[in-house]
Design a protein around this ligand. Structure first.
Ligand code: HEM
Ligand SMILES: [Cu+2]
Length: 541
C-alpha cells in the first residue's frame, strides 16, 4: 500500500482557495465536518446561555437578569439545543462523515443536495439569530412555541418560526439522501444484514426525518400565517383550537427525540464491541429495534398532553403505547450489556463515553416511564422533573453519544490521536458535573418546583445551589475536552489506519481518508463486528 502516501487526504483536497474549499465542497466528509463545527459552535452558545440560566436561578428573586430576559434565555437555549444542535448533530455530522465509507461508497447519492442541506441549515440559523436581535426582542415562548401565547406575544416569533421551517427542510433532505444512499450505493457484497449497525440506525432515523419533519414545517408555518393574517387556526377567540396545535407539534416533536437518540445509539453500538473485543450480541435485534423505535415512537405523541383534557380512554391508550417503546429500547441496552459481558474490555475514552451513555440514558428512560404513566405524570407535569428527565435523556444520552463519536472517530478524521489521559480527566469531570447539575432537578421537580419559572419558594433553594455548582464543574469538563481535541487536530500523535483495531470499512482506508474514500476498490473480507485476525495497526511512517 505505498500508494497511500501519494493519496491526497480529503482535508487537503481544495478546488477553491481557503474557506471556499469547504463551503462549496460536495465531499460528504467535508460537509460532515462543516456540520460538526457548526453544531459544536451552537452547542457552546447554548451551554453559555444554560450557564446564565443557572446563575440566575442560584438564588430566589433577581440575580442577574429581569424576568423578560429570563424567558428569552430559556427559549433561545431550548431552540438552539434542540433545533440547531441535537437534531442535526449526529446524523448530519457523523452520518455524513461515515455512512458512505461504512457501506463502501464514494459519496452520498446526491452530493449537491447534501451541500444544499448544509446551506439551508445556515440560512435557518441566520434567521433564528436575526430573530434575537431585531423586532421587539428575542422570542419568549419556550422552544415549543405553544399557542395562543406564541400568537399574542410581541416578541420576534414570526422570524424564528420561519427559521425553524427552513431547518426542517434541511433535515428532510438529509434523510432523503441517506435513504437513497443506503438503498443504491452499498457495495454489492454488503447485504442488509452485513451493514454496520450505525448505518441501520441512520437509516431508521432517516425515515423519521422524511415522514415526520414535514408536519413540524406545516405547523410552524401555520403559526406564522395566523400571526400575519389572524385567520383563526389555533386562537380560540377566532374559532381556532390550541389543542390542535399541541397535537401537530408533538406528532413531530416526539419522533424528533428519536431523530436525536437513535443515531447516538448507533454510535454506542459501534464503540462497545470494539472495546470489548467481541462480536455484538444480537445483531438482528439491534438492527430491527432501531426500526421498531422509529415506528412505535411515532404513535406516542399525546403523552405530552395528558393534562390537556383528553378522554381517559385516550390517555390510557397513549400511556400503553408509550410503554411499548421501552421494549426495543431495553433490547438495545441488554444487548450492549451482553456484549460487554465476559469481553476483554479495553478502557479507552470512547468506551467511557459509551458506558456513561448507557448509565445516563437509563436514568432518562426510567424517569421517562414516570412521565409516560398517566397517573404519575399528573404530579410531575411541567415541573423541574421534566427538565431533569430530558437533560438525562438528550444531553446524557445523545450529548455523551456525540462526545463518544468525537473520541472514537477523531483519529480517523484527522489522522492523529488526542491525549487520552486528558480526555479521561475531562470525561470524569463531565460525568460528575452532569449528575450534580441535573439530579437535583429531579428532586426539586418532585417537590413541586415548576419548569420555566423565574422565581421560586425558599424550599427549592438548596437544590438550585447544588445544581448551579454542578453546571460549573460540567463547564470545566467541556473546556478541557474541547481544548484537548482542538489542540490534537494539529499536534496530536500521528496514527495509522486502524488505531482501535476495529472491523468496519472506514478503518481499512487511510486516516484521514482520501477524497473518494478508498485507495483501491474496497473489499468486504469480514463482518462489521468480526475481530478475529483484524490486523494490528501499521505504524505511521
Ligand atoms: C451546561 C449545559 C446546560 C445547562 C446548564 C442547562 C440548563 C438548563 C436549565 C436550567 C433549563 C430550564 C430553564 C427553565 O425551565 O427556566 C434548561 C432548559 C432546556 N434545556 Fe438545557 N442545559 C444545558 C444543556 C442542554 C443541552 C445539551 C440540551 C439539549 C441537548 C438542552 C436542552 C434544553 C431544553 C430543550 C430546554 C427547554 C426546557 C423547557 O422546555 O422547559 N440543555 N436547560
Ligand atoms: Cu414524547
Amino acid at each position: 500500500m505505498d500508494k497511500n502516501s501519494e493519496v491526497i487526504p480529503f482535508l487537503n483536497d481544495n478546488k477553491y482557495p481557503g474557506i471556499f474549499g469547504w463551503i462549496f465542497s460536495t465531499d460528504h466528509k467535508k460537509i460532515g465536518l462543516l456540520y460538526m463545527y457548526s453544531t459544536l459552535i451552537l452547542f457552546i452558545i447554548g451551554v453559555i446561555i444554560g450557564l446564565l440560566i443557572r446563575i440566575e436561578l442560584i438564588a430566589p428573586g433577581k440575580t442577574i437578569v429581569d424576568p423578560q430576559t429570563y424567558n428569552a434565555f430559556f427559549t433561545v437555549h431550548g431552540v438552539i439545543m434542540i433545533f440547531l444542535f441535537v437534531i442535526p448533530s449526529i446524523p448530519a455530522a457523523f452520518g455524513n462523515l461515515f455512512l458512505p465509507i461504512q457501506i463502501g461508497a464514494e459519496d452520498v447519492a446526491f452530493p449537491k443536495l447534501n451541500l444544499f442541506s448544509w446551506w439551508l441549515y445556515i440560512i435557518g440559523l441566520i434567521l433564528i439569530l436575526f430573530s434575537l436581535f431585531t423586532g421587539k426582542g428575542a422570542p419568549d415562548t419556550g422552544w415549543t412555541f405553544y399557542v395562543p401565547f406564541s400568537e399574542f406575544t410581541t416578541t420576534n416569533v414570526s422570524v424564528a418560526v420561519i427559521g425553524v421551517f427552513i431547518l426542517g427542510f434541511s433535515s428532510i433532505l438529509t434523510g432523503l439522501n441517506f435513504i437513497t444512499t443506503v438503498h443504491r450505493l452499498r457495495m454489492p457484497e454488503m447485504k442488509w444484514m452485513k451493514m454496520p449497525l450505525f448505518v441501520w440506525a441512520l437509516y431508521a432515523t432517516a425515515w423519521i426525518q422524511v415522514l415526520a419533519t414535514p408536519i413540524l414545517g406545516i405547523t410552524v408555518l401555520l403559526i406564522f400565517v395566523e400571526r400575519m393574517f389572524g385567520i383563526g387556526l389555533f386562537d380560540p377567540a377566532k374559532g381556532g383550537d390550541p389543542i390542535l396545535y399541541q397535537h401537530l407539534f408533538w406528532i413531530y416533536s416526539h419522533p424528533a427525540v428519536y431523530i436525536m437518540v437513535v443515531p447516538a445509539m448507533g454510535v454506542i453500538t459501534e464503540i462497545i464491541p470494539v472495546f470489548a473485543r467481541k462480536h455484538i450480541f444480537g445483531y438482528k435485534a439491534i438492527a430491527f429495534s432501531s426500526l421498531a423505535i422509529a415506528f412505535a415512537g411515532s404513535l406516542v405523541w399525546a403523552h405530552h398532553m395528558y393534562t390537556s383534557g383528553m378522554s381517559d380512554t385516550a390517555v390510557i391508550i397513549f400511556s400503553f403505547l408509550t410503554f411499548i417503546v421501552a421494549i426495543p429500547t431495553a433490547i438495545k441496552v441488554f444487548n450492549w450489556v451482553a456484549t460487554l459481558y465476559k469481553g476483554s474490555i479495553i478502557v479507552e475514552p470512547p468506551l467511557l463515553f459509551a458506558l456513561s451513555f448507557i448509565f445516563l440514558f437509563s436514568i432518562g428512560g426510567l424517569t421517562g416511564l414516570i412521565l409516560g404513566a398517566a397517573g404519575t405524570d399528573i404530579h410531575v407535569h411541567d415541573t423541574y422533573f421534566v427538565v431533569g428527565h430530558f437533560h438525562y435523556t438528550i444531553f446524557g444520552g445523545t450529548g455523551f453519544g456525540f462526545f463518544g463519536a468525537m473520541h472514537y472517530w477523531f483519529p480517523k478524521i484527522y489522522g492523529r490521536m488526542y491525549n487520552k489521559r486528558i480526555a479521561t480527566i475531562a470525561w470524569a469531570l463531565l460525568f460528575i458535573g452532569f449528575n450534580i447539575l441535573y439530579f437535583p432537578m429531579l428532586v426539586i421537580g418532585m417537590m413541586g418546583m415548576p419548569r420555566r419559572y423565574y422565581d421560586y419558594l425558599p424550599q427549592y433553594h438548596t437544590g438550585h445551589i447544588i445544581s448551579t455548582v454542578g453546571s460549573w464543574i460540567l463547564a470545566v469538563g467541556l473546556i478541557i475536552m474541547f481544548y484537548n481535541l482542538f489542540k490534537s487536530i494539529k499536534h496530536g500523535e500521528k496514527v495509522g489506519k486502524n488505531p482501535w483495531e476495529a472491523a468496519t470499512l472506514e478503518w481499512t482506508t487511510p486516516s484521514p481518508p482520501p477524497t473518494l474514500n478508498f485507495v483501491s476498490e474496497p473489499k468486504l473480507t469480514r463482518g462489521p463486528y468480526d475481530y478475529k485476525g483484524v490486523e494490528e495497526d501499521e505504524q505511521y511512517s
